[in-house]
Design a protein. Structure first.
Length: 260
């Protein structure tokens, strides 16, 4: 398959997930807690099932890694990584800042990613060697003159361990911390790709949480890495930095390494 056909398939996956999710939004739906106490709804499961059916029909040799239904064909060089609703807590609260994440990995490295917000109908599409598109138009991160000017986002302080939280707050103290905001999950990374946020820092993410974000952010001119500055791939440990202006990367890594 060509990259263009892969992108077209990813877009069809996003369309299929969105068609399932929209009728459930701010409506009655069943939900329960998973083993890690995170919530899952019938919309999560139905959206992933819809994407899996499409992949089984159109890319039967490719592997699938999904948040809700696990892995299929795990030895395949090409792996589709699916998170049907990234931000289920926001979805359940009727907040349209969740998203569907779709990634394609080649030999463990993200080469294509989509962030899709199906309620606002906002979609970021990123692919290796191509400019990220937001609703069909080029998206671009913004320049950041210094770390002190950076608007920082994270999903929430409750997701950090005490150790990681101390490092995060050490970094936050060096940013425009009175403009820091919590909440947003994958939507924050779309906002960064479109030049509205400078920095997103998180820990404890799984592959389905971050794989799609990498091509989107990097195709818009930003950079993504772990807390040591290393590129993200299937073996990364879930400590994630997304930065709109790569010139500030050394400052960010240094800030995260502050002793506490």
């Amino acid at each position: 398959m060509t990259l263009e056909s892969d992108i077209a398939l990813a877009i069809r996956l996003a369309d299929a997930a969105g068609a399932v999710i929209r009728p459930h939004f701010r409506a009655g739906f069943a939900h329960e807690a998973k083993g890690d106490d995170s919530p899952v709804t019938e919309a999560d499961r139905a959206a992933e099932a819809a994407m899996r059916r499409l992949l089984d029909a159109e890319a039967p040799r490719d592997g699938i890694i999904g948040e809700e239904y696990g892995a299929e064909r795990p030895d395949a060089a090409r792996q589709w990584v699916l998170d049907p609703i990234d931000g289920t807590v926001s979805f359940m609260a009727g907040r349209p800042i969740f998203g569907t994440l779709i990634a394609l990995l080649q030999d463990g490295w993200p080469v294509l990613g989509i962030i899709d917000q199906p309620i606002a109908r906002e979609r970021w599409v990123g692919a290796t060697g191509q400019a990220t598109l937001f609703n069909g138009r080029p998206a671009a991160t913004r320049a950041c003159r210094s770390l002190a000017d950076a608007a920082l986002a994270t999903t929430g302080p409750q997701y950090f361990s005490d150790h990681d939280g101390a490092h995060f707050m050490a970094l936050a103290a060096k940013t425009a911390h009175k403009r820091m905001f919590f909440g947003g999950d994958c939507y924050n990374y779309g906002l960064l790709a479109s030049g509205h946020v400078d920095l997103v820092v998180e820990a404890g993410l799984k592959l389905h949480d971050f794989a799609a974000l990498v091509p989107v952010v990097e195709g818009a001119g930003g950079t993504m890495c772990d807390w040591n500055g290393d590129p993200l791939n299937a073996d990364s440990d879930g400590h994630v930095v997304a930065l709109g202006d790569p010139a500030r990367l050394e400052d960010v890594i240094e800030g995260l390494a502050c002793h506490h």
